[in-house]
Design a protein around this ligand. Structure first.
Ligand SMILES: C[S@@+](CC[C@H](N)C(=O)[O-])C[C@H]1O[C@@H](n2cnc3c(N)ncnc32)[C@H](O)[C@@H]1O
Length: 139
């Protein structure tokens, strides 16, 4: 819940709707609540949950996510979980890291991680992100 401006716009566009904010980090949810609750009250709820095993069945008209999917290692479970949470015909709009969008940075980091004085700090290090190649990514 870093940049709340997108979620504020979402709530503004849904004057009669409700938004459920989900994150695995309680700190992120507390931060979101501190900023959103004074203005939106009970129209926003905060749920501590793993996106890959959401505790919802056919509840939502839509799911909106930014900068989160690439932190979830099990994408089949992630998409099953979201599909289960959506009402039939529900929509999904998401943005996440993927494909080659930070390829130059990753190449530079991997060179540095293999070079002293950094190499000794990264034995067996594995990238925790799932940067899948999207069929829609620009070439
Ligand atoms: C880069 S932040 C983006 C936060 C927010 N969506 C935004 O756009 O400002 C990534 C967030 O994903 C959350 N996250 C990572 N893995 C998760 C998972 N399996 N389930 C739920 N949230 C997760 C992290 O706790 C973190 O708050």
């Amino acid at each position: 819940m870093n940049d709340l401006s997108r979620y504020i716009k979402l709530l503004e566009r849904l004057p009669r709707g409700r938004v459920v904010a989900v994150d695995l980090s309680r700190n992120m949810l507390d931060e979101a609540c501190a900023h959103l609750a004074p203005r939106f009250g009970r129209r926003a709820e905060y749920v501590h949950a793993d996106l890959a095993s959401l505790p919802f069945d056919e509840v939502f008209d839509g799911i909106f996510s930014t900068a989160a999917f690439h932190w979830v290692p099990d994408h089949p479970s992630l998409f099953r979980s979201m599909y289960r949470s959506l009402k039939p015909g529900g929509w999904l709009v998401a943005q996440c890291g993927g494909g080659p969008n930070i390829a130059r940075l990753l190449r530079r980091a991997s060179v540095l991680m293999a070079t002293e004085p950094y190499a000794s700090h990264f034995p067996g290090w594995r990238d925790p992100r799932e940067l899948g190649i999207s069929p829609y990514a620009p070439s």
